[in-house]
Design a binder for this molecule. Structure first.
Ligand SMILES: Nc1nc2c(ncn2[C@@H]2O[C@H](COP(=O)(O)OP(=O)(O)OP(=O)(O)O)[C@@H](O)[C@H]2O)c(=O)[nH]1
Length: 302
């Protein structure tokens, strides 16, 4: 969704432009649906009173819709995370097993309409509802993490970062804020001379250095091969420059003994009132490329 101004529009913007936000909202909706299903079916099981018939049909209908919705979400996750969804599959298998209990309930709704439920069944329903709610919550967290983190460095991925930038710009806080873009120097040589595993090790080190230098409100991402970005919230350009210098120092200091000294070229810019995501990032990118052209291992402000 494009940038929109006006606070009334903010509600309609997903937390992230990419699938991370969609999962979060989609699975949150499923969770709600399942809690409703559980509540209805549990109520139906516990209460054999006058309202029973309506509640049965509503509960059964919700149960069926829930199974279809879960299967759909499963398909979506499978398609997007073809290589990474094994953990999700296991969790989902458990969830679908649990869902099968509702289908079983549906069948019983259709076949029976008497006082066939006993206490054991009621307890099982309650237990199932709790397991389902916990399972769904875990699933939300797991899929959200899978879709927003970079697997190698454990910092956020580009998709999440773009969403975070967009949210920040929409909030238009009055405080100062800066964007730092950095690209490791001569990284290809590390891969070529020391092997891809060493290259990966360096990327992990850089991710760790950035995490150590970030505060809670800052957002870090790996936006490309050896390129990282950092949104420094609530800091002036002068302070951001000091932070960038500290990071540069930490990168050098963290160089493993068997590798040449690590350096990075950095571009730093402050967020301007008229910025949108593209304009802000292209300015920071430009500054970073200027740092490369001026001889690498330096910070350029723009
Ligand atoms: N080990 C490893 N290498 C990667 C990964 N992603 C990209 N690369 C490599 O990163 C290298 C980037 O090379 P270049 O774009 O030439 O950058 P560079 O060698 O740092 O040169 P400068 O940016 O000009 O300093 C390429 O060889 C890619 O194959 C990754 O996840 N792991």
């Amino acid at each position: 969704m494009q940038q929109q101004s006006g606070s009334n529009m903010r509600l309609w913007v997903l937390p992230s432009r990419g699938a991370g936000g969609a999962y979060f909202i989609g699975t949150g909706f499923l969770l709600l649906l399942n809690v409703l299903v559980s509540a209805f079916l549990t109520g139906w099981a516990l209460n054999q009173g006058q309202w029973q018939a309506g509640a049965e049909w509503l509960g059964a209908g919700l149960a069926f819709a829930s199974v279809v919705a879960v299967a759909f979400m499963y398909l979506l996750v499978s398609l997007i995370h073809l290589k990474r969804h094994i953990k999700v599959t296991v969790l989902f298998g458990l969830l679908l097993l649990q869902q099968a209990r509702y289908l079983d309930g549906l069948e019983q709704v259709l076949l029976f309409s008497g006082d066939w439920l006993d206490l054991t069944e009621d307890v099982l329903f309650l237990f199932g509802a709790i397991v389902l709610a916990v399972g769904m919550t875990l699933w939300v967290i797991l899929t959200y993490r899978l879709s927003t983190l970079d697997k190698l460095t454990r910092v956020h991925n580009r998709r999440y970062f773009e969403g975070a930038l967009q949210r920040y710009l929409l909030s238009r806080r009055q405080e100062a804020c800066c964007l730092l873009v950095m690209d490791l120097d001569d990284f290809k040589a590390i891969n070529d001379n020391h092997g891809h595993a060493s290259g990966d090790r360096v990327l992990k080190i850089l991710g760790e250095v950035l995490r150590q230098n970030a505060r809670r409100e800052d957002v870090i991402c790996r936006s490309g091969g050896e390129e990282f970005e950092m949104l420094l919230v609530g800091v002036s350009l002068a302070t951001a420059q000091q932070i960038a210098q500290r990071i540069m120092h930490c990168i050098k200091a963290a160089t493993p003994d068997d590798l040449p000294t690590l350096t990075a070229s950095m571009g730093l810019t402050s967020v301007l009132p008229e910025d949108d995501v593209d304009r802000l990032r292209s300015r920071a990118d430009k500054a970073m490329y200027m740092a490369k052209e001026q001889g690498k291992a330096r910070i350029v402000l723009l």
